[in-house]
Design a protein around this ligand. Sequence first.
Ligand SMILES: Cc1cc2nc3c(=O)[nH]c(=O)nc-3n(C[C@H](O)[C@H](O)[C@H](O)COP(=O)(O)OP(=O)(O)OC[C@H]3O[C@@H](n4cnc5c(N)ncnc54)[C@H](O)[C@@H]3O)c2cc1C
Length: 478
Amino acid sequence: MSNRITVLGAGIAGLVAAWELEQLGYSVEVLEGSSRCGGRIYTHRFADAQPAPLVELGAMRIPTNHLHTRAYIDKLGLNDRVRDFRTLFSEDGAYHTTSAGFVRVGEAAQVLVEEFRTGMVAERYGEPTILFGAWLMAMADAIAPPDFRITLQKELGRDLLDELEGLDLAPFRYGRGRDRIDLHAFFAAHPQVRTTWNGRLNHFIDDVLNETSPELIRLEGGMDQLVTGLVERIRGPITYGQEVVGIHVRDNDVLLEIRDGAGVTVRRCDQVLCTVPFSILRRMSLSGFDGDKLDVVHAVKYWSATKVAFHCREAFWEHAGISGGASYSGGRIRQTYYPAAEGVPGGGAVLLASYTMGDDADRLGRMPPAACRSVVLDELSKMHPELRRPGMVMDSASLAWGQHRWSEGAGVTRWGMSVAASEEQRSQAARPQGRLFFAGEHCSSTPAWIDGAIESALEAVGQVRLGTREGAVAVGAR
Ligand SMILES: Cc1cc2nc3c(=O)[nH]c(=O)nc-3n(C[C@H](O)[C@H](O)[C@H](O)COP(=O)(O)OP(=O)(O)OC[C@H]3O[C@@H](n4cnc5c(N)ncnc54)[C@H](O)[C@@H]3O)c2cc1C
């Protein structure tokens, strides 16, 4: 088989695959629909200054156990850019919204316990168990989408609290008043607690542990250095403005219908690696796909995310006792992050004013951008009245991924699926169709993370190599 391959999509999966295939001797071209590379890695800079104040409108942090991502940070020479990423619940001075209003995280335990007691039939549980439940629910409030938050309390309640009563929670208490619980240490020490839980709860706990982990990192200077590092190393052409609108798999080749400035043209390709999200693929004209493959293309579920950022005159939150991390701001804005300052001194500071997911994200994302930013400013000003000072907000940026033309979603969710069903979906999503191969976070065991996108790219490279070898054997046998 020919060693020419066309990669669709210049996100991290497409770029990793392109680079790896070139190193194996393939002749690679990349076709990208939009006018930029990076896909859901999207670093927005508020000025032309070098370095400029920036915000990550897409991926912003990397769990240290995401080894594929760490490997590419290393390969691209970015280790000296790695910094700690401080997240929700990491900063005592940050706020947590409760039914009694917002309180500092360091002082939240009492009100969280009171809230938890009223929500549960809690009399029969000891104080450590209640404290554990209260912090777990606080994290659920801060992280889970609304429909999930409503049922979680019931699902978690019964079995978990009973089980906790039999365990010694003292080693996991910390803080000045020993009124915090280290959930990461607890779940690491007691993995058996999760074995009886369904997939839905386990996926959720994974997300909670990842998003509140003390072991998160970021790239100083922007996550898009991963993207530019790859683009600089890829020798073949990366062509922008090439929107694929049809894919037709035939016995010995793949036909692509491509819309560019000049209209729709048809291209014949020896082999194709598609990293376009299935949310987009399912709207294309497709033929030559088998039934199971089409089923998975349509079945994969995406969650939305919306981010709204303000470029502020100064890091006013530092004067209010917040040195980083994030607040759970509740309402329509949900989470507020205080990123580490980047950019030239005096260039201002960036506040990730709102990060929403699921239905919360769609509610904001369906508004016109100006209205969405104004809602966020109104709501967040109650927590941070400094935002109302004249000249404090110098600029803003937002991105609603659920409504974004090139992804129609922030990432694939398999919440609610059993481990077996998740793996079945993953392997179907990654399964080639003739000379059409697939990669992207949706084809991985770690969806909605960069790590999953890279994992899938490496698997697809393996499949392409195998296909080339088998093709060569078949030709030789003729
Ligand atoms: C708000 C948000 C926060 C996130 N936070 C994190 C985080 O903190 N850490 C982390 O590890 N991950 C995070 N992620 C997930 C991570 O960004 C993604 O999993 C990963 O970047 C996906 O890469 P990909 O290559 O699979 O897809 P994409 O990046 O979506 O790449 C697909 C490419 O295909 C292109 N394309 C689409 N349609 C067409 C078409 N018709 N024709 C041609 N090209 C097309 C797109 O423009 C895009 O460039 C986050 C994602 C979002 C949205």
